[in-house]
Structures are given as structure tokens and as C-alpha cells.
Design a binder for this molecule. Structure first.
Ligand SMILES: Nc1ncnc2c1ncn2[C@@H]1O[C@H](COP(=O)(O)OP(=O)(O)O)[C@@H](O)[C@H]1O
Ligand SMILES: [Mg+2]
Length: 397
């Protein structure tokens, strides 16, 4: 078509053959009318071998029919299709090696009929890199998933152990309480037995009635004590929150503490100011105060005072519990509420008492702080939101 002596045409020819992409022109009948050197090299053919051959020579046999349909449909609606717009094809080289190619098409009407210019790029390397990346990504995802699973399991295990220990700590507290509660049951039981005995010998009907009432009253006392104890022991007992009189819970805790610990030299003084009710489980509030009193008694040792004061601060009921023990070293103040933080020996404490206390207080939307009193000793300040100040989620508003 051009003479070798035409310098312009020579440059064009050189440029076409040196182009980094394979280029070919396909005639109306699907035959290759031109191919550049890059394309011939890519497919391992000699240039002359390709000319006049059907395009399907470059495709694996099983793709041939599909390709012919493709060509026909393209001939009906010829439009430019840039690289990357179509799907990738599988091509085959002369020696049967299959490799992925990306093809761009552009219809080019000529005097000799409608031709299509196709650019072909061997994308084996890109595909290999993509595949490697995909595998890496898969491995990474797998690693992340595995690690997440491990972490979740470890977390679950931790929660389970903590739950277990909290329950154990509660049971230890109950053990201490039981001896005190023994007293609380013994007294009414004694009155009850004596009254029943008197009843057996009494002939006066009015007195019999009075004895009967007394027996009933004492039996109810015992029943109430037992009910409180069993509620206290159940970690997951679910029942509605009640309006709790903090002063009553404090009295209960003080009474139990006095009965539970043989500590004649320690005075426990509760000064109750009128306080509006808070929304809580009464035995849990009692446990909060009891745990703090117990720590106070342990901190004091032989002789001293534990003072409990209730009060009110805008929207909060406050409880201050102060002891005359050694106080809490400054560097421990932040840690005393952490689970397992203890300065006591293995059989004196598990380091869970204050952790439980804080769990309970915050669960009811309250706050607790530990500080040292000016004159020495530790002070625990608890703030509970008033019953009327909490929204449906139990948060303080
Ligand atoms: N009233 C207090 N006076 C001094 N130190 C206290 C007092 N209450 C608590 N602590 C410190 O806080 C730690 C944690 O208390 P707690 O959670 O009840 O665990 P435990 O009593 O089992 O050690 C105690 O070991 C102690 O060092
Ligand atoms: Mg304790």
C-alpha cells in the first residue's frame, strides 16, 4: 500500500510495529488484514502467518463459536469499546499457551469495507498480581477473623471467670451474714416457742387469741428474714425495682455487720437525714453499705469508729461512710474499685468487694468516690439519683 521510500509512511509503519500494544485490523469477514509485530510476538506467530487468517486463530477452540456470535453482534452495532470496558478474554498462542488479554475495539470504515481496529494487551502479569493481592487479602481477612474469634473467646472466658468469682465473693459475704442472721432468726424463734408453750397451757380464750397473733407476728418476721437472705443469694433474681429508703438499707446493713463481726471496740454510728426514695433492689443497697462497713472494720482493726451519714444534693441522695482506719494510700485511690485489687492476704480478701459496690451503684445511675478524711481514715461517698429523676433506661436525668 505504500512505497518503502515514502519517509512518512515508513515512520508510521515503524511506529505501528513498535507500539507497546498488539494492534490488528480485522476485515468484514473476520479475517486479519493487518497485525503489528507486537501482536505477532505476543501470540508467537510470524507476521505473515497471521495475515488473512480468521481472528479465531488467536482464541482457544471452545471460545471460537462464542466469539463468532460476538463478532456478528458487533458488526450490527459497531461502536468504540475502550480498553477495560469489555470483559477480559482468554487468548491462545501458537504453541498452545493460554493467557488473558484485554481488548479494545474501534470500527474503522474503509474503502474496502467495514473493518475493526483491535488493540490487544497481554494482562497475564496484571492478573497474576491481582491474584496474589486477592490471596493476600483473603489471608489477611482470615487472620483478622481468627484473631477476632480468639479475642472474643478470651473476653467471654474472662467475663465467665469474673462472674464466677463475684458469685463466690457474694457467697463468702453470705457466709459471714449467716451467723448474724442466725441471731435474727433465733430471737423471734425463741419468743415464738415460748408463746406456743404458754398457749398449750392457757385456758382463757382471749389470751389464746393474743398468743396466736404473737406467734403469727414472729413467724412473719422469720419468713421476712429468710426471704431477704434468699434474694441476696440469687445473682439473677429478677423482679422489679422498688422505691428504696436508703436509711432503712443502712440500718439493715449496720445491724447485720454488728451481728456478723465480733468487733466490740468498733462503734458504728448511722446518722439518718430524711432522704427521698431511690429506685433499686433493697438488698443490693444493703450489700453496698455492708461491703464498705466490712472494709472499714478490717481497716480499723481493734478500736475505732465508722460513721455513716445520709444527705441530699440537688437530685441525689448521698451516703458518706467514714472510718478511723489508716486510710487509703494516695496511689491506691484510683485502683480500689478495680476487680482483684487488694492489699489483703489470700484469705482476707479477693479484691472484689468494692468492684461489686461500684457495679451496683453505677447500675442504678449513681456514682462512688473514695477519698481520705482530713483527720485520717477513708471516706466513701456514694450518690444515688432520686427515684423521680431517672428515665426509663434507669439513667440519671
Ligand atoms: N476503708 C478502707 N480503708 C483503707 N483501705 C481500704 C478501705 N476499703 C478498701 N480499701 C482498700 O481497697 C482494697 C480493695 O477493697 P475490696 O474491693 O473490698 O477488696 P478486699 O477487701 O477483698 O481487699 C483493699 O484491699 C484495701 O487496700
Ligand atoms: Mg472488701
Amino acid at each position: 500500500m505504500t512505497k518503502a521510500s515514502d519517509p512518512q509512511a515508513e515512520i508510521l509503519r515503524l511506529a505501528l510495529h513498535a507500539a507497546p500494544s498488539g494492534i490488528m485490523v480485522v476485515g468484514e469477514g473476520g479475517e486479519i488484514v493487518f497485525a503489528n509485530q507486537t501482536l505477532a510476538d505476543m501470540f508467537g506467530h510470524r507476521l505473515q502467518e497471521l495475515l488473512g487468517q480468521p481472528v479465531e486463530i488467536l482464541l482457544p477452540e471452545q471460545h471460537g463459536a462464542a466469539h463468532r456470535r460476538h463478532v456478528e453482534s458487533y458488526a450490527r452495532h459497531p461502536e468504540p469499546r475502550p480498553m477495560g470496558a469489555g470483559k477480559d478474554f482468554e487468548a491462545i498462542s501458537k504453541d498452545g499457551r493460554r493467557f488473558p488479554v484485554e481488548i479494545g475495539l474501534r470500527p474503522a470504515p474503509t474503502n474496502a469495507g467495514r473493518t475493526v481496529v483491535a488493540t490487544v494487551i497481554d494482562i497475564s502479569q496484571r492478573k497474576a498480581i491481582e491474584e496474589r493481592l486477592r490471596k493476600h487479602e483473603e489471608q489477611l481477612e482470615q487472620l483478622v477473623a481468627e484473631r477476632t474469634r480468639e479475642l472474643r473467646q478470651a473476653q467471654l472466658e474472662k467475663e465467665r471467670v469474673l462472674e464466677h468469682l463475684i458469685q463466690a465473693e457474694k457467697m463468702t459475704a453470705i457466709g459471714t451474714l449467716v451467723s448474724g442472721i442466725g441471731h435474727e432468726i433465733n430471737n423471734p424463734l425463741y419468743v415464738l416457742s415460748a408463746t406456743a408453750e404458754a398457749l398449750t397451757e392457757e385456758e382463757d380464750l382471749a389470751r389464746c387469741h393474743a398468743y396466736g397473733h404473737e406467734i403469727l407476728k414472729q413467724a412473719r418476721n422469720i419468713a421476712e428474714t429468710v426471704k431477704n437472705l434468699s434474694r441476696y443469694a440469687q445473682p439473677s433474681a429478677r423482679y422489679d425495682l422498688q422505691h428504696v429508703d436508703v436509711n432503712a438499707s443502712i440500718s439493715g446493713a449496720v445491724r447485720l455487720a454488728k451481728r456478723s463481726f465480733r468487733s466490740d471496740g468498733i462503734e458504728i454510728k448511722a446518722t439518718a437525714s430524711p432522704a427521698p426514695p431511690i429506685l433499686a433492689k433493697p438488698e443490693e443497697i444493703q450489700q453496698v453499705v455492708f461491703n464498705i462497713i466490712r472494709n472499714g472494720i478490717q481497716a480499723i482493726g481493734d478500736k475505732g469508729l465508722i460513721e455513716i451519714r445520709t444527705g441530699q444534693e440537688a437530685g441525689w441522695v448521698t451516703v458518706r461512710i467514714r472510718d478511723t482506719g489508716a486510710g487509703i494510700p494516695e496511689e491506691h485511690l484510683k485502683q480500689v474499685f478495680d476487680p482483684f485489687f487488694t492489699t489483703k492476704g489470700p484469705h482476707e480478701g479477693e479484691g472484689l468487694g468494692l468492684y461489686i459496690v461500684r457495679q451496683i451503684v453505677t447500675q442504678y445511675g449513681g456514682m462512688i468516690d473514695a477519698e481520705n478524711a482530713v483527720g485520717g481514715g477513708a471516706v466513701f461517698v456514694i450518690r444515688f439519683p432520686l427515684a423521680g429523676q431517672r428515665n426509663a433506661e434507669g439513667r440519671h436525668i
